[in-house]
Write a protein that binds this ligand. Structure first.
Ligand SMILES: Cc1ncc(COP(=O)(O)O)c(C=O)c1O
Length: 378
């Protein structure tokens, strides 16, 4: 009954773990959920209000596939101002979540037999999206700080695409200009497309975010993706966007028109308010995330668990090879410490020795988690 292509797509480990953690919590267990990729903050009130007043005003009908003009303009302004991308509103396509933007961009760029290079442990959905398109993934190596090593080794005659995700989920690593230039040079030399998934752009500490699409030689080969979920705590609203060369964007829009149609109109109105309204809550959220990161990284190091200091996003990715490896330690965390985490293996073969812990949870819960980990290590 089921197509071979569908049968090859595995379940999202992060969503599976999140469902399991919720089920255990519902059964009365005091689970500390560090498996989720979702800010624990509420969507800022002015954003919620914009969405609600749009519904009240009767904006409940179909919208243009690529998004309402006001939001496309606001996004284009942001991309010019903050990312140095020379785009106009016509170059922007709004999607129901950045995940749909990733999916659609990959379908537009990859065909049967093509390869896509992923650099080290990478977000769980890239590989399935490539598989949906009939392609496969080549995994690039990274060093102990999750910086690319010999990316050229992953490129061959079948390679069509490199995906860059900085700051990274799951490692939190941020690529500096030098690293991005190396990727740019490879893309130009081998005539490759690049998808730059910048969803954690604003959640960054002491590092500069650089959009690879703004680098010379990249304008005609880069699809830049971003969204509202993480930065504005809007995961459930489902709002993302992408911009890129005209040809792939045309097919992305066609794919949307035959599948999801468009992002919900009143959600797009909330998106306009998010982009054009006060940004103070974003700044305080990032300050809080930084304090949590420091608490968790230092706490793990004090327990003798090696952990590189992430420059962005809200995850730590400690090496637990001396504790049985990522899969076994994740099981132990859940069974013995009631902590839900994600095994590094969910992010590709380079993640086997690691576990991903999200610090999108309060400092008091992080403190409690560290105490529970100390107990199971004793
Ligand atoms: C790297 C990365 N890209 C894209 C997404 C998708 O975000 P959205 O909620 O906008 O679909 C996520 C969400 O976890 C992510 O971590």
């Amino acid at each position: 009954m089921v197509s071979v292509r569908m049968a090859s797509i595995h379940e999202s480990t992060t969503l599976k773990i999140s469902a399991m953690a919720k089920k255990l919590a519902a059964s009365g267990l005091d689970i500390i959920d560090m498996g989720v990729g979702e800010p624990d903050f509420d969507t800022p009130k002015h954003i919620v209000e914009a969405g609600c007043s749009s519904i009240r005003a009767g904006e409940t009908r179909y919208a243009p596939t690529a998004g309402i003009p006001e939001l496309r303009r606001a996004i284009a302004d942001k991309l010019v101002r903050e990312n140095s991308l020379p785009v106009t509103a016509d170059d922007v396509v709004v999607t129901p979540g950045a995940k749909m933007a990733v999916f659609a961009a990959i379908q537009a760029l990859i065909q049967e037999g093509d390869e896509c290079a992923l650099i080290g442990p990478s977000w769980v959905s890239y590989e399935p999206c490539v598989a949906f398109a009939g392609g496969s993934v080549a995994w690039g190596k990274v060093d102990d700080n999750f910086m690319p090593q010999n990316i050229a080794e992953t490129i061959n005659s079948k390679t069509r695409l490199i995906i860059v995700n900085s700051p990274s989920n799951p490692t939190g690593s941020v690529f500096n200009r030098e690293v991005l230039e190396e990727i740019r040079d490879l893309a130009v030399d081998h005539n490759l497309a690049v998808i730059s998934d910048e969803i954690y752009e604003m959640i960054i500490y002491d590092h500069e975010h650089i959009s690879i699409g703004s680098m010379p030689g990249m304008e005609d080969r880069t699809v830049t993706i971003n969204g509202f979920s993480k930065v504005y705590a809007m995961t459930g609203w489902r709002l993302g966007y992408l911009t890129g060369p005209k040809e792939p964007m045309k097919w992305v829009t066609r794919l949307l028109s035959h599948s999801v149609s468009q992002a919900t109109t009143f959600v797009q109105r909330a998106g306009v308010a998010a982009m054009q309204g006060p940004q103070g809550e974003v700044a305080s959220m990032v300050t809080e995330f930084r304090a949590r990161r420091d608490m968790l990284v230092n706490g793990l190091k004090d327990l003798g668990i090696p952990c590189s200091v992430p420059g962005g996003a809200f995850y730590v990715f400690p090496n637990v090879s001396s504790l049985g490896g990522g899969d076994a330690f994740t099981d132990k965390l859940l069974k013995d410490a009631l902590i839900a985490a994600t095994p590094g293996s969910a992010f590709g073969p380079g993640g086997l020795d690691y576990v991903r812990l999200s610090y999108a949870t309060s400092q008091s819960r992080i403190k409690e988690a560290l105490q529970r980990i100390e107990k199971i290590l004793r």
